[in-house]
Ligand binder design. Structure first.
Ligand code: ADP
Ligand code: MG
Length: 237
């Protein structure tokens, strides 16, 4: 797809494919179009040209809630949980947002709370949780929509090393265990390199590389545009 904002081409004929059971990383410098890609896939923005398909079904052009119902869920950059609601209520609301009944949503929330082993947070106000826990609740909310595909926009942002490690641990088994395609945007290179099966790299709205973590780590164009730019993004193998 291509996405233009007036003169700015935020995405220039970018094509990605995500399969169930796999983790695709989407990386690149700030402003390279990563969030725009998630926004166009999830229906928050319309592509200027191009389409999004789930199997043979074109889902682009539909409003975000219908795209979520079609099995494509996302989280937002910076938590968007309801601060005053409990962890449990946050998950229930997300599930009801895609059409689940209250009972179904409650069952789903119970299952996810057990899956993520967060029973002790159940009744806590979302806002009272530490940053790293909020990110895990965000992922649980995404899963509450019962998606085939889940897109996470910078879930590791602002996490310390221990929190990042915990996030990695919780995300690693997800795609296989739940037959889920995971698209993850993050600057946390240890997280990305260990979690992803494939990585797609954007720079100024253009795809500059796609490959395995081992390939991407030593790709000259990626080193030039992104990974080689300084310690903050450097990956220490
Ligand atoms: N809604 C918008 N209106 C105008 N320009 C936008 C909008 N969203 C993003 N952009 C621009 O598109 C480019 C890509 O932004 P973004 O997708 O947020 O990058 P990233 O997530 O990779 O940091 C940037 O130049 C940004 O300023
Ligand atoms: Mg972004």
């Amino acid at each position: 797809m291509t996405k233009k904002f007036h003169e700015l081409t935020a995405l220039d004929t970018v094509s990605i494919q995500l399969r169930r059971g796999e983790v695709l990383g989407l990386i690149g410098p700030n402003g390279s179009g990563k969030s725009t890609l998630i926004n166009t896939i999830s229906g928050v923005l319309q592509p200027t040209t191009g389409v999004v398909r789930v199997g043979d079904t074109v889902i682009s052009g539909r409003p975000p809630h219908r795209i979520a119902r079609a099995g494509v869920a996302r989280t937002f950059q910076g938590a968007r949980i309801f601060p005053a609601l409990s962890v449990e209520q946050n998950i229930v609301v997300a599930s009801m947002g895609v059409g689940a009944s209250r009972r179904q949503a409650q069952r789903r929330a119970d299952e996810l709370i057990e899956y993520f082993d967060i029973e002790t947070w159940r009744r806590a106000a979302a806002d009272s949780l530490p940053y790293g826990h909020k990110r895990i609740v965000e992922v649980a909310r995404g899963l509450a929509m019962n998606p085939q595909f889940l897109m996470l926009d910078e879930p590791g942002a602002g996490l310390d090393e221990n929190e990042s490690e915990e996030l990695l641990r919780r995300l690693t088994a997800l795609p296989q265990e739940r037959d889920l395609g995971l698209l993850i945007v993050d600057h946390d290179m240890p997280l990305i390199m260990r979690l992803c099966h494939r990585i797609h790299v954007l720079n100024y709205g253009q795809s500059i590389a796609e490959g395995t973590p081992a390939e991407i780590r030593r790709d000259p164009a990626v080193l030039e545009a992104y990974l080689g730019r300084g310690a903050e993004y450097a990956y220490d193998a």
